[in-house]
Design a protein around this ligand. Structure first.
Ligand code: FPP
Length: 267
């Protein structure tokens, strides 16, 4: 064994992301099953470079691709990314149009990656209200990845948690009126089946970039017990290393879910 390989404790047969995770002390048996992302700071990243805001969104796609690849390589099962909120329609029309075009272009461009990496696409939010071209490409993405059995990439587009919760309440009211469910059956578990995330576990880790400390109407029901990782990095600068920092931080948390530490009984 030469000096270079002697200084590297982990096998070279591991993929680079997993090797880096192990070198950083990450426990691969204690990874979050579901990571949620608020990708924030694209506009500021661009403005600080004297570029138009949309250049930040374009650079943000590269950061998302790197994050998807890292999550796949680590074996994360679900990744949810907030791409466009129900409130984002209030941005200048030019930026909204650019984002709709970027989403469609990105989905088409990344389909080969999703096929290669066995990633299944899902959407959170009302995608039927999107411009026709974007909507059609999203449906193509859904059908062409529907048989994939690897990581689920849930893209939140035209998503707002309050609208999602109101929609679930409407669907439950209708199911009750149709006598498909009884009112005494309605609890948090049943409610979760009427959310866009039905069938997915709740995220254990929420990452928000750019120094903001808000949930901004993202997965309000599902994030009830998520651990938060807030970093100053603007989304386009988010990398494999930042993601590993977030996972390392997550693994150091004591998750009690409203209970107390085992073995602590004194009052
Ligand atoms: C927030 O930054 C980011 C967005 C509104 C868009 C993020 C979208 C992507 C990275 C592409 C997603 C791809 C698909 C296929 C859905 P901001 O504009 O709020 O930044 P600011 O807070 O600095 O203004």
């Amino acid at each position: 064994m030469g000096p270079a390989s002697a200084s590297r404790p982990f096998s070279n047969t591991l993929n680079p992301q997993t090797r880096l995770a192990l070198e950083r002390g990450i426990d691969l048996k204690n990874l979050p099953h579901h990571i949620a992302l608020i990708m924030d700071g694209n506009g500021r990243w661009a403005q600080e470079r004297g570029l138009p805001r949309v250049a930040g969104h374009k650079a943000g796609v590269d950061a998302l691709r790197e994050t998807i690849t890292t999550c796949v390589r680590l074996g994360i099962e679900y990744l949810s990314a907030y791409a466009f909120s129900t409130e984002n329609w209030g941005r200048p029309q030019e930026e909204v149009d650019y984002l709709m075009h970027l989403f469609a272009k990105t989905l088409i461009a990344e389909l080969p990656l999703f096929k290669q990496e066995n990633v299944r696409i899902a959407f959170l939010g009302d995608i039927e209200a999107l411009p026709q071209k974007t909507r059609d490409i999203f449906h193509k993405g859904l059908s062409e990845t529907s048989s994939h059995t690897g990581m689920v990439l849930a893209l939140a587009v035209n998503y707002g948690a309050r609208a999602e919760i109101a929609r679930a309440a409407r669907l439950i009211a209708q199911a009750t009126a149709d006598k498909k469910i009884r009112t005494d059956e309605i609890d948090a578990h049943l409610f979760s089946h009427y959310l866009y995330t039905a069938g997915m576990p709740d995220p254990e880790l929420l990452i928000r970039t750019s120094g903001e400390m808000r949930l901004s109407n993202f997965l309000l029901f599902q994030l009830a017990y998520a651990e938060l990782f807030l970093c100053d990095t603007y989304w386009p600068d988010f990398s494999c290393e930042t993601l590993l920092d977030a996972i390392f931080s997550f693994q150091g948390r004591h998750r009690r879910f409203g209970k107390i530490e085992e073995g602590v009984h004194e009052c």
